[in-house]
Design a protein around this ligand. Structure first.
Ligand code: C2E
Ligand code: CA
Ligand code: CA
Ligand code: CA
Length: 283
């Protein structure tokens, strides 16, 4: 950190000035995005490998900026740094609750939808409190949503920071009947002690392990070890980024529970998703 301090620039180059300006502009636009209804939730199917049927989906946020769609990785870090992720995250939650409740009225579905959460959301004292649940979930529960239709996705960085207030909030989610998935497993620190410490329902194997799966690969050995361990702990496993039939077959052979990836479907708007993946209940 000292070396960094010595080498730090004391003036802005034109490029840095331009980047700072872009960031300020994006931040201003991001602040307005909820009000202007520029956010949209896309849904990506998750398949049960033993039946081949869709049983879950992941909710993935999209920002429909007037100049074109901005990918989440281009704005979520900024939203996290500035605390805007609290409002955005609450919006996503409410929107998914609304959408799943509507689907349950029209389709024969008991789909579980995974919602990504950022550590910064857990620092908001309202998050997960009874009022928050009432506001976000009240209407949905009244119209047939089951808490088990929701799963929250957390990352290891959340568990690393875990003070008791974060652990409490995770417990509250589970007490409400909402399941918990540990996302991007295998990247980051992957301390196995988290699996012992926190009662999680799913592990999502990061796509970096899945993309190079082949019969003789080390990644196959790693995936199999993760799955065996998870199952012994009563945790089910979702493989992310499944793009090929060979990957699907290898994951089936090592008894992975669920798969998500372009092989089955890309994230898509709600209407397209329900047209393609849900069965109308009058049929
Ligand atoms: P993630 O939670 O790991 O989500 C999976 C990402 O992998 C998604 O990228 C998805 O489109 C992509 N993906 C799915 N299948 C495949 C595949 O077969 N191949 C490849 N190459 N990619 C695949 P996306 O939608 O761009 O989202 C990126 C990240 O942004 C997410 O990673 C998540 O960390 C974050 N994010 C998205 N929506 C939200 C949100 O509502 N709240 C928060 N806090 N973060 C979000
Ligand atoms: Ca995720
Ligand atoms: Ca992931
Ligand atoms: Ca469990």
């Amino acid at each position: 950190a000292k070396a960094e301090g010595r080498n730090r620039f004391h003036y802005f180059t034109p490029e840095m000035e331009a980047a700072a300006q872009r960031r300020r502009r994006m931040l201003n636009e991001l602040r307005e995005a909820i009000k202007l209804q520029q956010f949209e939730v896309y849904y990506q199917p998750i398949i049960d490998l033993s039946t081949g049927k869709i049983v879950k989906a992941e909710a993935l946020l999209r920002w429909n900026h007037p100049k074109g769609q901005v990918p989440p990785l281009d704005f979520i870090p900024l939203a996290e740094e500035t605390g805007l992720i609290v409002d955005i995250g609450n919006w996503v939650f409410a929107e998914v609750v609304r959408q799943v409740s509507v689907w349950k009225g029209y389709f024969d579905t008991d789909l579980q939808v995974g919602i990504n959460t950022s550590p910064a959301q857990y620092l908001d004292e309202n998050f997960c409190e009874p009022d928050w649940f009432g506001n976000i979930m009240g209407n949905g529960l009244a119209s047939g949503l089951n808490p088990a239709n929701l799963c929250i996705e957390i990352t290891e960085s959340l568990l690393m920071e875990a003070g008791s207030s974060i652990t409490d909030k995770l417990l509250q989610f589970r007490d409400h009947g909402i399941e918990v998935a540990l996302d991007d497993f295998g990247t980051g620190y992957s301390s196995l002690s988290y699996l012992k410490q926190f009662d999680i329902d799913y592990l999502k194997i990061d796509q970096s392990f899945v993309s190079n799966l082949s019969p003789a690969s080390q990644d196959l050995v790693l995936c199999e070890a993760i799955i065996v361990m998870a199952h012994k702990l009563g945790i089910r496993v979702i493989a992310e980024g499944v793009e090929t039939e060979e990957q699907r077959q290898l994951l089936t052979a090592i008894e992975c529970d669920y798969c998500q990836g372009y092989l089955f479907g890309r994230p898509m708007p709600a209407k397209e998703f329900s047209d393609q993946w849900l069965i109308p209940s009058h049929l």
